[in-house]
Design a protein around this ligand. Structure first.
Ligand code: CA
Length: 223
C-alpha cells in the first residue's frame, strides 16, 4: 500500500514517513500543495495524509481538486488549526478523517489502518486469483491458505502486479514504487525480486510474465 504525505514541516514529515514505513507501507512525501496535486495525478496511492496550511496550494484546494478526479481515495487531514469550522470544511470537501496536531504516532497509525479497512468498502480486503490470495491490509500472500514468506520488496512487487492484474507494469513503475523503501533500487534488483517471487508463487495458478522491453504482468498462464 502506497501512502502520500503532504506536509511542509520537514521534521514532522520525516517522523511520519519513518513510522509508516516501519509499519510496512511505501511512503512518499511532498512538501507543498502543487507537488501533491501533481503526485496525485501521476501515481496510484492508497491513502493521502494532508496538511492544510501548505505553500503554493493549500490543503483544501488539493482536496477539492483530488475529489473531482477521485472520489474514493481515503484522505486524512492533519492540521495545527483547531478552528472547528475548518474541520467541517475539510470533511465537507471529502476528507475521511481529521487529526489535530500534536498527535501521537500510534494514533496516526491506528487511524491509517482504520481508513484503509474502510477504503476497502467494508468488504473483503483480500484479493484472490487462482490459488493465490493477497491481503491488502496485512500485506501477506498465501497459496491455498498457506502464507508465503516474502520479503518487503517481494510483497510490494506482488501487490503492484496484482492491483493491475492482466496489465503491463514497466520496470520504471516498479522502481518508482519501491523507491520509498530503498533509494538504491535498480533495474537489476527488480529482476531479482521478480525472479524470487516467481519461484515462491509457483503452483499458485497465476504467473508473472516478462514482456521484453515493456515490463511485467501477472495473469493466468496461457492468456
Ligand atoms: Ca503546514
Amino acid at each position: 500500500m502506497r501512502i502520500l504525505i503532504t506536509e511542509d514541516d520537514a521534521a514532522l514529515a520525516e517522523a511520519l514517513q519513518f513510522s509508516l514505513s516501519q509499519a510496512g507501507y511505501a511512503v512518499d512525501w511532498v512538501a507543498n500543495g502543487a507537488a501533491a496535486d501533481e503526485a496525485l495525478k501521476e501515481n496510484v496511492f492508497g491513502l493521502l495524509i494532508l496538511d492544510l496550511g501548505l505553500p503554493k496550494l493549500d490543503g483544501f484546494e488539493v482536496l477539492r481538486r483530488l475529489r473531482r478526479r477521485n472520489p474514493s481515495i481515503p484522505v486524512l487531514i492533519l492540521s495545527g488549526r483547531e478552528k472547528p469550522e475548518e474541520k467541517v470544511t475539510g470533511l465537507d470537501l471529502g476528507a475521511d478523517d481529521y487529526l489535530v496536531k500534536p498527535f501521537s504516532l500510534n494514533e496516526l497509525r491506528a487511524r491509517v489502518r482504520a481508513l484503509l479497512r474502510r477504503g476497502q468498502g467494508g468488504v473483503s480486503t483480500v484479493i484472490s486469483y487462482g490459488r493465490l490470495s493477497f491481503d491488502t491490509i496485512a500485506r501477506t500472500a498465501a497459496i491455498n491458505g498457506k502464507t508465503l514468506q516474502l520479503s518487503l520488496h517481494e510483497v510490494s512487487v506482488l501487490e503492484i502486479l496484482l492491483l493491475r492484474f492482466g496489465r503491463v507494469v514497466s520496470k520504471e513503475q516498479l522502481v518508482e514504487q519501491l523507491y520509498s523503501y530503498d533509494k538504491e533500487v535498480s533495474h537489476n534488483a527488480i529482476e531479482v525480486y521478480v525472479h524470487r517471487l516467481r519461484k515462491k508463487i509457483a503452483g499458485a495458478g497465476v504467473t508473472v510474465r516478462t514482456l521484453y522491453g515493456r515490463g511485467y504482468l501477472i495473469d493466468y498462464p496461457g492468456h
